[in-house]
Design a protein around this ligand. Sequence first.
Ligand code: SF4
Length: 302
Amino acid sequence: MSTQREIKRLKGEKDIVIVAHNYQMGDIQDIADFVGDSFGLAQKVNELEVSNVVFCGVDFMAESAAILNPDKRVILPDLKAECPMAEMVDIGDLRSYKEKNPEAAVVSYVNTNAETKAESDICCTSSNAVKVVKSLDNEKVLFLPDKNLGNYIKRFVHDKQVEVWEGYCATHDNILPEEVRRSMEEHPEAEVVVHPECRPEVVDIADYVESTAGILERAKKTASDEMIIGTEKEMGYRLEKEVPDKEYYFPGNPTCQNMKKITPEKVLNSLKSLSPKVKVEEDIAERARRPLQKMVDLGRGK
Ligand code: SF4
């Protein structure tokens, strides 16, 4: 039996759901029950009434799902699927910043490890980052770890002092403005939509700046037949599947190798063994749960 068919069979037999991030390979997206951005998946896992969740994404996403859902077994098919940006926060540096700036709220992008979240006041994703920062009473805010998303937030928040950590996502930061411009010259009618993890010079020339969920929404809404997209190239798979009547171009062909560590074979092994389970130390999980839950509640309008 093919791996795909075996996965479908096992899924039907066990109390299990597969979720996948938009940057997962097409054959993983095809076997998932839900595909989405990190915020959408966090909400979805919260709502699911199942005991086991196979999370096809990178470590911080699965970790967040496990923290928010201590009653569920969250499985990451390859524990080495790590986000390099999440590792760009030195916890000692963060603690010393907090000591020197006790008045500042710490807003951590969901792309952080559990220890960083445990030191944070609230988490956010790219789809709600501006809303989260605006919701705070503090006049001073530290945003981490993505400097590009942090600088994007600063464009919309003028009544606060927003300080930005020096981290970045290499996949998005490597999308160069000259590549985007070249693509615009080749496809002058195309709408340009980029992710806020892109550098400011790329954001400046885009028509829209959106999370991956927002990019999909733009594709559904726009009258344009062509789109130039500034995010990880696998987003193209979802776009072509859901909005097939357009052409999509990805300048620089950005690829996140960590996302590609999840393969159908590893998913099948996880379904058979219900492992490897994502584990977060209980005291860290408890402290990280509050800022994560605040983010989810804000998304629900609570
Ligand atoms: S695309 Fe960037 S932020 Fe997302 S997992 Fe890969 S390295 Fe991390």
